[in-house]
Design a binder for this molecule. Structure first.
Ligand code: ATP
Ligand code: MG
Length: 404
């Protein structure tokens, strides 16, 4: 089959392929960009596969970066765009269930496509629009099916991450996973524990950001794959509930983990543990702790000024999105944001009084100074005091006298 009009991204990349071909090698567009074009979806990165060896590729272009040269990948820089160009290769070994023991560069496109995970990802595209399809990927695309290239049992045994990739593509594309491929996941789920958690994390989040999360979650749960993800085993019931309730994807990673924290009913400490076990960045952990607290308040209709202030507008949006997905919000996001905007201050440093002012008025330095400022902060946020220098000073002195 032939694509009549190629997306602009491919047209822009054509000089790269032309240069490689002019030197006597083969080169094709491959991977997600080909799949997504055929599905009429926008494409992110254009990947190229070539019969030229990495050193040969490098000799043809002025600006290249060795992004993964030991696996055959060289990034070609062209007018500000980077093209990952990977030499046709086969892989063998996989004694650790995740990385091939050796990659061998080959000159055959078919061998290269043969090592790819799913038939819909094993298509190649020529610059004239011709699609090369050795594994019936086009039929599977048409039938909305995710099917391993070759024997799924063997393919998941080679690289267990592919099982997570299967469920995330199902949720991104609204595709069904072929029964034999599902059976492969069922049999090999436990191998997921051999995979670096960071990589599982990426695929899991992509699954919940997909537009049809239930498509992936169904298989994730039914095959038992979830049990081999960090800390998920005790939450079967909650994950199943999620799968039933989640009819659309989430907007970002913070929302994903906030949703899980809410469905699992985790304390701040438990959120910290879960996210640490999932090798998350500290900023994400902090944000999820704050957002999950806000989800609770939203669910119980207890959103007050102090909670709005502590949560901040960004996380408020996320918290209300999550509570909404769980059918637990009676707030409009715009209303919450308007209430937040109308607070007198949005940060402690916006208080129109400083520690210096208090000391100038005779307050001695020490912990009580900080306590007084905290008191003022909360009073101003709650609208019990105006953010006005003299009023704050009087209130601080009164507060400290009463405490003494
Ligand atoms: P996305 O749109 O999310 O980038 P993609 O299909 O391009 O999807 P990538 O992770 O960018 O996914 O990988 C590019 C291609 O490399 C895939 O389409 C597939 O052909 C191949 N590939 C990636 N990971 C694996 C894997 N673990 N096993 C086999 N082939 C893989
Ligand atoms: Mg890609």
């Amino acid at each position: 089959m032939k694509i009549e009009t190629l997306p602009e991204e491919f047209i822009k990349a054509q000089p790269i392929i032309d240069t490689i071909e002019a030197a006597g090698y083969e080169a094709y567009y491959v991977g997600g960009s080909v799949r997504d074009t055929l599905l009429g979806l926008p494409i992110h990165d254009v990947d190229i596969a070539t019969s030229a060896y990495p050193e040969e590729v490098k000799s043809l272009f002025k600006r290249t970066v060795d992004t993964g040269i030991e696996h055959g990948t060289v990034m070609i820089l062209d007018h500000g765009t980077g093209y990952e160009t990977t030499t046709f290769r086969t892989e063998s070994g996989y004694q650790d269930y995740r990385r091939p023991d050796s990659v061998k560069f080959v000159r055959s496109l078919k061998e290269d496509l043969n090592r790819r995970d799913f038939t819909i990802n094993a298509l190649a595209l020529k610059t004239d629009g011709t699609i090369i399809d050795y594994f019936d990927g086009l039929t599977d695309l048409k039938n909305h099916r995710i099917r391993a290239v070759g024997n799924p049992e063997k393919r998941f045994n080679e690289d267990a991450l592919r099982m997570m990739r299967a469920v995330r593509f199902a949720s991104q594309l609204n595709f069904k996973i072929d029964p034999e491929t599902v059976a492969g996941i069922e049999h090999h789920g436990s191998l997921l524990t051999k995979i670096a958690v960071e990589r599982i994390h990426v695929e899991f989040v992509k699954m919940l950001l997909g537009q049809w999360p239930a498509m992936g979650l169904d298989v994730f749960m039914e095959t038992g794959l979830y049990q081999y993800c960090p800390d998920f085993e005790p939450y079967k019931e909650q994950l199943n509930q999620l799968r039933a309730e989640l009819t659309s994807g989430l907007s970002d990673e913070t929302a994903v983990w906030t949703l899980l924290a809410s469905v699992f009913d985790l304390s701040s400490k438990q959120i910290n543990q879960l996210l640490k076990d999932w090798k998350s960045a500290n900023q994400l952990i902090d944000d999820v702790q704050v957002a999950a607290k806000a989800v609770r308040a939203i669910s119980t209709n207890e959103v007050d000024a102090w909670l709005l202030y502590q949560t901040g507008s960004n996380l408020l949006k996320i918290a209300n999105e999550v509570a909404g997905k769980l059918g637990q919000s009676s707030y409009e996001t715009a209303t919450l944001l308007a209430r937040y905007d109308s607070l007198q201050i949005h940060a402690k440093k916006a208080l129109l009084i400083t520690g210096q002012d208090l000391m100038a008025a005779g307050v001695k330095p020490g912990p009580q100074l900080g306590q007084a400022l905290n008191f003022l902060e909360r009073q101003v946020v709650e609208g019990k005091l105006n953010n006005q220098n003299q009023e704050l000073l009087n209130a601080a002195i009164k507060y400290l006298n009463e405490k003494a």
